[in-house]
Design a protein around this ligand. Structure first.
Ligand code: NAD
Length: 732
């Protein structure tokens, strides 16, 4: 069985059908590409063939390049990986260019064989770059189909001619949301944007493409950029209009990426430099920049964490081997902010949900959250009134625990108070069947401690969501000491149903994500107390790829929550508590009534509408800015090491069992510099010996919280990388 097959019909149209065996979606492998090339050669050489239609045997066209192949391309490129990558990319260009030039006479531009693409559904990445090399793109009128070039989202850019072709087809300005943001469109919008040519009813797709091929004239096969006097829409960089576009695009890319994502900059360079030279030279430039990006460790790390490992975790890489635990009926206790969000995403996934609160009014309010959310979706045309009714009909809001009968999973999201939670646990267990799994959404209380209130601790687990539930992709699953395998499988199957990404960790203070994010916030606040310029702290964080600076982050999560956590931690740790200097600032802010965004006053100032303005200038009166300021690099090291050392300790202590979860969880859970691939990937990029050296410097200058963990020290001494050492351990 091969990925592509070709049959020629009585009219002389060769139909090449892409249908990768045993995959739900087509992805392009290097072997597949070589085979496609052979089929094109055959069709061009065969006198009986008048033209070609490339289509798919599935209900989608293609999901793109097999990213596993890209990840391996570098390794398989021999001693000179850059050369190997460049040559491999140029081979890809040659094949697509062959389709585009259609075997025509290069002088007269006549006698070529037309090729059309017929897309039954979704066409992404090279699944669109291939059609862009044909002479006409047809798509079935399938509103669920997504068409676009999402490469930028995993740290690369369209490197099979998509960047060059789209920017020439649409002009740099119109192509920029598609290239720089990876924006996807349904077929009608893709046609309106000029990306594809025709949208036809699904049943007419092949016939329409064939008819066009049989009808096409020589002139239809010559792409605008192969015609004499071609001008790029919107102008080249030295044209007055083009000049404005490129200056603006450059500023926008640097503003959005803070200069830390190599792919966006490289793509813009490919477009800019390519715009000033003939098409084939532009492809070569694109290939060089593509090689440059693939050689940058950031792209490999991003692909590994955001694509390969994220998907592996979603598919149950760490799921115990017990039978299917899909949830049919879910009970949610506590209809506050979290309970309401959990109810929404679960009902959207088709589960029956019983939502319980202490009063009917509170339960109803929780259900109304789903109603409001669906109404907003209808206003944005993302949902229909029927869908809203269907989702709402799945939710029962009540105070009656008897309604929980038949539930196979309960998630409690009541107040963060062990007594309240224990009371709820007992009430639930009296109402549900023996097999029901009970989960707590606690963010700070140990699962093993809460499980003491349960008569079935092996069925007790933590399912920790992040706020807002409907937006945040990560769910942290926490195993208590007694938690059994079926509970873990249940939690994982549930997370899969609601289409989020799970990590499974062991029970310890703050689990994994909060454990790493709190020291980041604390380090920022500590610097305020030391007199470091607050703008330096915030910008240093953003310039290293953190989505929010530590001071903005604590404003968002609220300063009184910080105070609450600090008090509880201090009570638990006693004399060993290390964050007194932080508390001084935090408690003072709380006393001043500056609780963050919710009180429209925090480390930042806000206007009457609650919109964030600049940093609050009153801070300097209490914590004057020191005359001497640390350099940017030092501030960045403090902020990043505060997080990554906690991640290493979590691994060392067995809270984390898999570094893939540590990296994916960090990016999805708290936005840890995504360009780095996560804390462990980042340590591999800078090298463990250098990381240990920085620990020593920071420890000497700022204290023991930066002490190099024994595991990191050992790895530094041996020159080891996390992904080598732990991938090998896992394989063993
Ligand atoms: P919330 O105060 O908004 O909601 C709690 C709800 O529980 C309220 O509606 C309350 O009436 C109800 N409740 C209290 N006692 C009850 C009882 N005995 N029986 C039935 N209902 C009861 O709180 P929240 O922010 O939704 O947090 C809930 C839980 O989720 C906490 O354990 C919290 O630590 C955890 N959590 C919160 C966040 C967050 O960002 N807010 C994130 C992750 C986890």
């Amino acid at each position: 069985m091969t990925d592509f097959t070709m049959t020629t019909d009585a009219d002389g149209v060769a139909v090449i059908t892409w249908d990768v065996p045993n995959k739900s979606m087509n992805v392009l492998s290097l072997e597949g590409l070589a085979h496609l090339s052979d089929l094109i050669d055959q069709a061009h050489a065969d006198e009986a063939v008048k033209g070609i239609v490339i289509t798919s045997g599935k209900d989608t066209f293609a999901g793109g390049m097999d990213l596993n192949v890209i990840a391996k391309m570098k390794e398989s490129a021999g001693d000179d990986p850059a050369k190997g990558l460049f040559e491999g990319t140029m081979q890809m260009h040659a094949i697509l260019r062959k389709i585009e030039l259609a075997g025509m006479d290069p002088k007269t531009q006549k006698g070529g064989k037309p090729t059309a693409a017929a897309l039954p559904g979704t066409a992404l990445g090279i699944g669109l770059e291939l059609p862009l090399s044909t002479h006409r793109i047809f798509a079935a009128d399938n509103p669920k189909a997504k068409i676009g070039l999402p490469e930028i989202l995993v740290g690369i850019f369209p490197g099979a001619g998509g960047t060059t072709r789209l920017s020439r087809k649409l002009g740099a300005m119109a192509a920029s949301p598609l290239l720089l943001e990876g924006k996807l469109n349904d077929p009608k919008k893709a046609k309106a944007a000029g990306v594809i040519d025709e949208v036809v009813p699904a049943e007419d797709l092949l016939a329409a493409a064939k008819a066009w091929v049989l009808d096409a004239k020589d002139a239809d096969l010559v792409k605008p950029w192969d015609q004499k006097g071609f001008k790029i829409p919107g102008g080249t960089p030295y044209h007055p209009a083009g000049f404005m576009t490129y200056v603006g695009a450059s500023a926008m890319v640097n503003g959005k990426t803070q200069g830390v994502y190599p792919a966006a900059k490289a793509m813009l360079s490919a477009v800019y430099e390519g715009a000033m030279v003939p098409f084939d030279t532009a492809l070569k430039i694109e290939a060089r920049w593509f090689t440059n990006v693939l050689m940058n460790p950031s792209s490999g790390a991003m692909i590994r964490s955001l694509f390969i490992n994220k998907e592996a975790l979603e598919k149950g890489a760490n799921r115990p081997k017990v039978e299917d635990q899909k949830v049919k009926k879910l009970g949610v206790i506590g209809a506050g902010m979290m309970g309401a969000g959990i109810t929404l995403v679960s009902a959207q996934a088709g589960m029956e949900v019983v939502l319980i609160d202490a009063t009917q009014e509170a339960a109803d309010r929780g259900k109304a959250y789903t109603e409001k959310y669906m109404d907003a979706g209808i206003a944005k045309r993302k949902a229909t009134p029927e869908k809203k009714e269907q989702v709402l009909s799945l939710i029962t809001a009540t105070t009656d625990y008897a309604a929980l009968s038949g539930c196979d999973l309960i998630i409690e999201a009541v107040f963060e108070d062990p007594t309240v939670k224990a009371d709820v646990t007992a009430k639930v267990e009296a109402a549900v069947g023996e097999d029901c799994i009970f989960a707590s959404n606690t963010s700070t209380l140990p699962i093993s401690m809460l499980a003491k209130a349960s008569t079935r601790p092996e069925q007790f687990i933590g399912i920790h969501f992040f706020s807002p539930v409907e937006k945040m992709m990560l769910v942290e699953i926490i195993k208590g000491k007694a938690t059994g395998e079926r509970a873990v499988a249940k939690a994982l199957d549930y997370v899969r149903q609601i289409r989020k990404t799970p990590i499974v960790v062991n029970d310890a203070r703050f689990f994994y994500a909060n454990r790493c994010i709190i020291p980041y916030i604390n380090e920022g606040i500590r610097m305020v107390a030391e007199g470091v310029e607050p703008a330096l702290i915030e910008n240093a964080a953003k310039l290293v790829g953190m989505p929010l600076g530590p001071l903005q982050l604590v404003d968002e999560t609220s300063i009184d929550l910080g105070v609450k956590i600090a008090k509880a931690t201090k009570a638990a740790m006693g004399d060993a508590y290390p964050d007194g200097a932080v508390d001084e600032v935090l408690f003072w802010m709380a006393d001043e009534g500056r609780l963050g965004r919710k009180s429209a006053a925090g480390f930042y100032a806000y206007d009457e509408k609650g919109k964030r303005q600049g940093l609050w200038d009153g801070l300097a009166a209490k914590y004057p800015v020191a005359d001497e300021q640390p350099d940017l690099h030092t501030v960045q090291h403090r902020l990043l090491f505060a997080q990554v050392l906690e991640a290493v300790r979590a691994l060392e202590e067995g809270v984390l069992e898999d570094i893939r979860e540590g990296d994916v969880g960090a990016i999805l859970g708290w936005g840890f510099a995504p360009w780095s691939g996560g804390p462990f990937s980042w340590l591999d990029i800078i090298g463990t010996p250098y990381a240990a050296e920085v620990c020593d410097q920071l420890t000497e200058a700022y204290g023991d919280r930066f002490a190099c963990p024994a595991l990191l020290r050992e790895m530094a001494d041996k020159g080891q990388e996390f992904y080598n050492r732990f991938a090998a351990e896992q394989a063993a």
